[in-house]
Design a protein around this ligand. Structure first.
Ligand SMILES: *Cc1c(COP(=O)(O)O)cnc(C)c1O
Length: 404
């Protein structure tokens, strides 16, 4: 597929290893969930230092599965961030629970102080999102969860390869034993590790891992399979109203080799992010992405912030200027309250998120992926800088605050 752009927003990094493994899988006769998915689960669990991993056909499916397996349902409230993909909120509605939005902090991640202010007697779970691969303040979130008896399901769609205080997202804090109930990763086409479509739920809870496995495949119990093996291979029992969320071996064939390359991918992403920072952090029209010295950012996204009061053009016009130069960009994300379907409940005073709405108007995600060349990164950075220089406002204006 060609976008006609000089630097498209994304190009995947698929090598001969992935292609050959897919061909071998097709020739093996085993196409659906089988030995390659089992291997992918084992190796991914080891990578994130979690004892259990359940492969799923998307992160969205994995988030839904995790909430269902934790018995989050009607009457429950689940607190999440307004600066996320719609999937995070849709799955809360899928289980019949009520999404509650907490505002973001200065780093763009969910703010634990705002989370605390949203906790009621109905709150059952918190769903933090590690935006762009920068880990959330998990110590604060785990402390809140412990104090209020809440489940934590991490939307780790951006965080394959991120590390929090020295440990991979998914590992929790092995020192204190603090950890989330589940961490859910995405292998969508543009993510750090891709299987085209796919995802993984990791957990440290063996009973939860069992529930995830049962619910992932129609509610069919493997235990019954073993118990009644004497009845024949055909026998099974359905013990729950499950879903059809399993990952195929064709996709796992890609994942096995993507996982082997993930550290190298993150290395290149980090180098390119530093290159962007070097060129852009001195430009007063910009604010470069937040960092945290205690964490490793997996750099899924490079979310540049425009200082709009110093620019004569809007973010949308800025994106158009980049497009004219042949550069593809994106925006992560259109805040949940701005979508028509979510607007009615998001407009309730208890869901107000002025910081997320204000940040949104300043955000541009620049292309950042291992298949870029250094020359392309420099071309993008210099183009961005040139547009800012030409659009510089002679006299700064004071923009009205969000909501005025
Ligand atoms: C991509 C993404 C998802 C959904 O991932 P899928 O694998 O496409 O279902 C969920 N949350 C966030 C924050 C994402 O970026």
């Amino acid at each position: 597929m060609s976008t006609g752009l000089k630097v498209p927003y994304h190009r995947p990094s698929i090598g001969t290893e992935e292609i050959d493994e897919v061909v071998r899988t097709l020739q093996s006769g085993w196409l659906t969930t089988g030995p390659r998915t089992a291997q992918f689960e084992r190796e991914f669990a080891e990578y994130v230092q979690a004892p259990h991993a359940q492969a799923v056909n998307s992160c969205t499916a994995g988030l839904h599965l995790a909430l269902a397996a934790l018995n989050v349902g009607p009457g429950a409230e689940v607190i999440t961030t307004p600066l996320t993909f719609c999937a995070t909120v849709n799955v809360i509605l899928h289980v019949g629970a009520t999404p509650v939005l907490a505002d973001i902090g200065p780093d763009g991640n969910i703010d634990p102080i705002s989370v605390e202010s949203r906790i009621t007697e109905r709150t059952k779970a918190i769903m933090p999102v590690h935006m762009a691969g920068l880990p959330c303040d998990m110590n604060a979130i785990w402390a809140l969860a412990k104090r209020h008896g809440l489940s934590v399901v991490e939307d780790s769609a951006h965080a394959a390869g991120s590390r929090y205080h020295g440990f991979p997202i998914g590992a929790g804090n092995p020192g204190t034993g603090d950890r989330s109930d589940a961490s859910v990763f995405s292998f969508y086409a543009t993510k750090n590790l891709t299987t085209g479509e796919g995802g993984m739920v990791t957990t440290h809870d063996a009973a939860l891992a069992d529930s995830l496995k049962v619910l992932c495949l129609h509610g069919i119990s493997k235990n019954a399979w073993n118990r009644y093996a004497d009845r024949g291979h055909w026998y099974y029992e359905v013990i729950a109203s499950g879903f059809k969320y399993n990952l195929s071996d064709i996709q796992s064939a890609i994942g096995i080799h993507q996982l082997k390359k993930l550290e190298q991918f993150i290395h290149v992403r980090t180098r390119y992010a530093s290159l962007y920072n070097q060129i852009l952090e001195e430009v007063e029209e910009f604010e470069v992405p937040a960092t945290n010295p205690d964490c490793r950012n997996a750099w899924h996204l490079y979310m540049l912030r425009l200082n709009l009061e110093k620019l004569a053009i809007s973010r949308d016009e800025f994106i158009e200027e980049l497009r004219k130069k042949g550069i593809g960009t994106s925006v992560h994300f259109i805040p949940i309250p701005l979508h028509p379907f979510f607007a009615p409940y998001a407009s309730l005073p208890e869901n107000e998120c002025p910081r997320a709405i204000a940040l949104y108007s300043r955000l541009i995600s620049l292309p950042l992926y291992p298949a870029m060349t250094e020359t392309e990164v420099e071309f993008v950075a210099e183009s961005v800088r040139d547009i800012a220089h030409r659009a510089r406002r002679s006299k700064p204006v004071f923009l009205p605050a969000a909501g005025d």
